[in-house]
Design a protein around this ligand. Structure first.
Ligand code: ADP
Length: 651
């Protein structure tokens, strides 16, 4: 082996005085050995002609040849991609203005001229496979500066190139992805708003090809008015101030037609924060907007129809209640008169049927209100004992005549006063008690209230109506709470009913944050229960009882009361008068609000029953005037009468 000149790095330090340690390293050749034995670099040294003289371990590993196979046999050009070598010769000839042979010369020409040279090149292994290498070339000179050979140090560049390829591919695929998105226009603008890039979606939505639009200002997508008002610049200004700007509005296509756009501007800034431009994403929401408008219209129409339906039902129920009131009232007039037993029986039947019909009308009205989601609870303070007592009182007489024991029991833990809707509680309870009575021939009915659960602000109260009646089969229990369902079809024939009662009761229980259910055994009886969440009340028991005191109607005092009935309907007039007479009260009747005012100016009345709708002057206007006429120390009781049963009317 010929003595090797020191490598470049060491030579560069040549001019400086060497320390003792450096001298030692150089003299022993330790440095050279280390460099040449490195397995990670291919170190190939040639003679001046390019014939390989040294082929280190790294070169053997990288290229697959043993040193013996190449030394004194080939030049590095023989292990390089021939096409690349030709290409390199060509471009060097051009660069340096002198013809360079496409062989070894092309690989070392620059180095031979003392120009530092590092280049990329494809090396070919012994087995024919290829890899990218970064090669650094140094000319080796003797003491007289004459070139005696070349050193080519190569590293395998595969990994780096893979990363670069990967990166290039990522960028490329990202660009392709953006470009191929067809559902949204993704457009890049420069800081002034000129279009820099244009994707498929942009072309589809706005109609311009990228050749037509790139370089144009984005304001052309706005309407004339928007441009006049400076909206395009405004949008960019807001976006650059906030980093992002979202907008919806009409935009203009190439053909002049408009579309409803949802636009998002996002600023693009360089690493030091300078504004470089904007990414603008636009979606065409014209269709969606249309669908939304259609949906809104459909919803409005449905609401309108539903309102019309409930109004119709309210009116119908009013129309039906008025004559029913006449029928029931007049049968009562008849029943108060002496009648032969057969006729009394017939009239009783008329009254019973009339009352059943009224119940059904009320059920249907409630049910349609629930369907329309219009049923609201009327929350106030209530006393469970009282609610139960009143419900039971209604059935005391029919229960007694059937020989059935009817009792109530309120668990002591139940707070005396709670907040809830007493009217609706009463409705559910009376419905359950009526059913119990209907389906029980002997034995007893017990109505219970107990605490199911206590929470911070409320008590969940469980109400149970237990009877010893006919009971309900398991199958029938499943269907019981569905609308228009009866345990079996014979029920209707035998007992009557609409099959709405339990469905309504269950929904009412749910409206009160509770549930409803039944336990029953055919032949043994049924136990219907429901829960209601009733809030705790601050009211003091005494106050509530005082407020709830009813006007006593049967003492000697009230029998002297004078009552005025203002009512235009002759049937209602007769019914009202008759009922007042039954209570031992004297009543005068007038036909409208005007006459009511005049009557009150003429005479003293303790109580006015005032119909709401009347000709000439209605009950509302008449009441207003009566109150105006009254001095500060007089206040006549005025009670409104109406068959309008909607919540709004009551308010
Ligand atoms: P209806 O108005 O027909 O009574 P409900 O919904 O109140 O409608 O009741 C539905 C059916 O449930 C009744 O027809 C009856 O068959 C059955 N049912 C309800 N309560 C009882 C009960 N306490 N005992 C036996 N059957 C009952």
């Amino acid at each position: 082996m010929r003595p090797q000149p020191p490598p470049a790095a060491v030579r560069r330090a040549d001019g400086l005085a060497k320390t003792g340690h450096q001298q030692a390293l150089l003299k022993t050749g330790a440095l050279q050995n280390a460099i040449f034995n490195s397995a990670n670099f291919s170190s190939i040294a040639t003679d001046a002609k390019g014939v390989i003289q040294i082929f280190n371990v790294g070169a053997e590993k990288m290229l697959g040849y043993t040193a013996a196979e190449v030394v004194n046999k080939i030049t590095p050009a023989d292990i390089s991609d021939p096409q690349e070598v030709i290409q390199r010769a060509k471009s060097l000839s051009l660069e340096l203005g002198t013809p360079i042979t496409p062989g070894f010369e092309a690989l070392v020409f620059k180095a031979s001229r003392g120009i530092e040279d590092i280049y990329e090149l494809t090396y070919i292994r012994k087995n024919g496979s290829r890899f990218p290498a970064v090669v650094s070339v140094t000319a080796l000179r003797d003491a007289d500066k004459a070139i005696i050979g070349y050193l080519l140090i190569g590293t395998d560049n595969t990994a780096r190139q893979q990363i670069e390829d990967q990166l290039r591919w990522t960028e490329e695929s990202f660009r392709l992805m953006v470009e191929s998105v067809a559902d949204a226009a993704i457009v890049q603008l420069d800081a002034q708003g000129n279009v820099l890039s244009w994707n498929t979606g942009a072309q589809r939505i706005k109609g311009y090809s990228s050749e037509e639009i790139i370089g144009q200002h984005f304001s052309r997508f706005y309407s004339g008015t928007d441009i006049k008002n400076g909206k395009p610049q405004h949008d960019l200004d807001v976006a650059s101030a906030k980093g992002r700007y979202e907008d919806e509005g009409w935009r203009v296509r190439k053909d002049g037609t408009t579309f409803w756009a949802s636009v998002v501007f996002t600023t693009i800034r360089d690493p030091v924060g300078n504004l470089r431009g904007f990414a603008k994403m636009t979606r065409d929401l014209t269709e969606r907007r249309q669908v939304e408008a259609d949906l809104n219209r459909a919803r409005d129409e449905a609401l309108q129809a539903s309102r019309a339906k409930s109004e119709f039902l309210a009116n119908m129920s009013h129309e039906i209640r008025t004559p029913m009131n006449g029928v029931i009232g007049m049968t009562e007039v008849l029943l108060d008169s002496p009648l032969p037993p057969a006729q009394r029986d017939a009239v009783e039947t008329i009254r019973f049927s009339g009352q059943s019909l009224l119940t059904i009308i009320n059920d249907i009205l409630d049910f349609s209100k629930m369907e329309a989601g219009m049923l609201r609870l009327d929350i106030g303070d209530l006393d469970i004992h009282r609610v139960l007592g009143r419900a039971i009182a209604l059935f005391a007489e029919p229960a007694a005549s059937k020989g059935i024991k009817l009792d109530q029991f309120v668990e002591t833990k139940v707070p005396p006063i709670l907040r809830g809707d007493p009217g609706r509680l009463h409705q559910v309870l009376t419905n359950l008690i009526a059913n119990a009575l209907k389906f029980t021939e002997h034995g007893s009915i017990l109505v219970r209230a107990a605490v199911e659960k206590e929470t911070a602000g409320a008590t969940l109260v469980r109400f149970t109506v237990r009877d010893s009646g006919i009971g309900i089969s398991k199958e029938a229990q499943q269907r019981l709470f569905q609308t228009f369902m009866q345990a079996d079809s014979s029920t209707t024939r035998k007992y009557g009913g609409s099959g709405l009662g339990l469905a309504i009761s269950k929904q009412l229980a749910e409206l009160m944050d509770g549930e409803m259910g039944v336990e029953s055994e055919p032949g043994k009886g049924s136990s219907f229960w429901f829960t209601a969440r009733l809030e705790k009340s601050d009211a003091i028991v005494m106050q509530l009882e005082a407020a709830a005191t009813e006007i006593p109607v049967s003492d000697g005092m009230t029998s002297r009361w004078r009552v005025l009935v203002a009512e235009d309907n002759p049937v209602n007039q007769r019914v009202a008068r008759h009922q007042l007479v039954r209570l031992g009260l004297k009543a005068d009747v007038v036909e409208n609000g005007r006459q009511a005012i005049e009557a009150l100016q003429r005479e003293h009345y303790d109580l006015v029953l005032m119909d709401c709708q009347m000709p000439e002057l209605d009950g509302y206007a008449a009441t207003t005037e009566i109150r105006r006429n009254e001095g500060a120390n007089r206040h006549t009781w005025i009670i409104a009468m109406t068959a309008h049963a909607m919540g709004g009317d009551r308010e």
